[in-house]
Write a protein that binds this ligand. Structure first.
Ligand code: AMP
Ligand code: MG
Length: 488
């Protein structure tokens, strides 16, 4: 195991020309303390728990000191926010400390979110509050455990320094890890300034570092677009299949690596509702749950546009043309697997009718899918635990007959299918109310045990964990009042 002070840094992004960032140090916070950490994320840096709990490490991850080899900076980017172009954004409160090379040769960029003001802070204070930091920490690690590409979260460090939002809250910093935090907006900023060479250089950097297999192709920039579109289609299929709503799919929150990036007012579906809007500030529903795949397509066209000067309109368009089909295929494949059916077009009406029934009956999505793993396909079976979820029992019975017939036609064995389905239908997701309980305990009582408990629970989302069954239940009534917005 490595020592935190002797991590090896090799800061690829910091070696780019200064056009891409501003060098800036974190602003210290008083008396930092460790709130929680992810052992799985620590392992990515070859570190164990004894390293993260040391005061020196906590000082560094509070932004109070830098280690030799770190080269702190805030990245520049632009972005389309709710459809409107904002020519300059950038890391307004995130500071990249450097890139760690682990023993396996992987590069992991270490970024502090909430580390103080940067040249891109605009009116903001450069801080993050404990509440939103807990949500980001838990969700990043939960998404990873679900098998969904995402930035990771190493730990949260807190400080009693006040931070003013609607109310006074306290400051926290999340240490995020990712191979790269480059966004679609990292390209857009130069496109709208008419600066072609920085676009080319950034594309070359991204290809060389993260898509080396594309470098030797005839049209590497077109291949890059194609690959980003493909990964994004895959990511959208995973979000839709698990019922995840990001909430702020601006182009500056879209990862060039196809990772889930920038956790803000996200939410998982409880009752299945295609029009679910998790972001209280999104009054128009631009980023509603069922809009996500199309919004991603729109965002990809914005990225493609930035590469047009290096390609041509035709080549750029052709490179992203497959997105709808890629998304469709990936989505059907994932949904069919959740239902234990083959991914053929024939199955689509059965899947879509189920979703429609869930929506009409306000059935909890995750609970339905999990109970479906125990479906009895015998002709006379009632499947009461599933049936009881529906108000319209007759409609469920009619669907269940079709489903049972499809399963029997496949020669599907209930026990084997159930096992396979349980590996793709999580029992545990980060429901809003679960995060809320952990947040309240942390904020009101300085009790971080619930964060740790949730973290451990969500590290094994597909396991039965009978002792934790209460965490798989539908949200309580008070959960309806939880509002999540961009203010974090
Ligand atoms: P987001 O919607 O959280 O992805 O943030 C949009 C932009 O606002 C990014 O450029 C952030 O860095 C910036 N930002 C958000 N909150 C703050 C803050 N408290 N202080 C400074 N900049 C912020
Ligand atoms: Mg952002």
């Amino acid at each position: 195991m490595a020592k935190f002070e002797s991590l090896t840094f090799d800061n690829g992004f910091a070696r780019l020309p200064e056009a891409y960032f501003s060098r800036v140090c974190p602003t210290p916070v008083p008396d930092p303390y460790l709130v929680c950490y992810s052992p799985e994320a620590l392992a990515l840096l070859d570190l164990d728990a004894s390293e993260i709990t040391r005061p020196e490490t906590i000082q560094t991850l509070a932004g109070n000191q830098l280690l030799p080899g770190m080269d702190a900076l805030a990245a520049l980017y632009a972005g389309h926010q709710f459809g409107h172009f904002v020519p300059q954004l950038g890391d307004g409160r995130a500071i990249l400390l450097g890139e760690v090379k682990n023993a396996a040769g992987e590069g992991w960029e270490l970024q502090l979110k909430g580390a103080g003001r940067t040249p891109y802070s605009r009116g903001g204070d450069g801080r993050a509050v404990l509440r939103s930091s807990i949500r980001e920490f838990l969700c990043s690690e939960a998404m990873h455990a679900l098998g969904i590409p995402t930035t990771r979260a190493l730990c949260i460090v807190g400080s009693d320094r006040p931070v003013y939002r609607e109310d006074e809250e306290t400051a926290a910093l999340v240490t995020r890890l990712a191979p790269s935090f480059v966004r679609f907006g990292s390209f857009e900023v130069f496109y709208y300034r008419n600066q072609i060479e920085p676009i080319r250089h950034l594309a070359d950097y991204v290809i060389a570092r993260y898509y080396p297999e594309l470098a030797t192709r005839a049209e590497p920039y077109a291949e890059l677009l194609r690959e980003v579109a493909r990964r994004t289609a895959e990511l959208m299929a995973q979000w839709q299949a698990v019922g995840f709503s990001h909430g702020v799919m601006n182009t500056d929150n879209m990862s060039i690596l196809g990772l889930t990036l920038d956790y803000g007012p996200f939410g998982f579906l409880d009752a299945f509702d295609p029009g679910y809007i998790c972001n209280h500030s999104d009054t128009g529903g631009r980023y509603a749950f069922d809009q996500q795949p199309d919004v991603a397509a729109w965002n990809i066209t914005k990225l493609a546009q930035t590469l047009v000067p290096l390609l041509s309109v035709e080549t750029a368009s052709a490179a992203i043309a497959d997105y709808p089909q890629q998304f469709g295929q990936a989505y059907i494949a994932r949904m069919a697997a959740k239902f234990g059916l083959p991914a053929s077009g024939e199955m689509v009406p059965l899947l879509m009718d189920a979703l429609q029934l869930l929506a009409q009956n306000h059935v909890d999505y995750t609970i339905f899918m999990r109970r479906l793993c125990d479906f009895d396909s015998a002709t006379e079976a009632v499947n009461a635990p599933l049936r009881d979820l529906f108000l319209d029992r007759a409609a469920f019975d009619a669907w269940a007959l079709r489903y049972a017939a499809a399963l029997r036609q496949q020669g599907s064995d209930d026990t084997t299918r159930g096992q396979t389905m349980r590996a793709v239908n999580p029992k545990y997701i980060l429901r809003n109310h679960l995060a809320e309980v952990a947040i309240r305990r942390a904020a009101d009582e300085r009790d971080y045990s619930e964060i740790n408990r949730l973290h451990r629970l969500l590290a094994r989302p597909f396991d039965e964990q009978p002792e934790n069954a209460a965490y798989a239940a539908e949200p309580p009534d008070w959960a309806r009042k939880i509002e999540v917005s961009c203010s974090s």
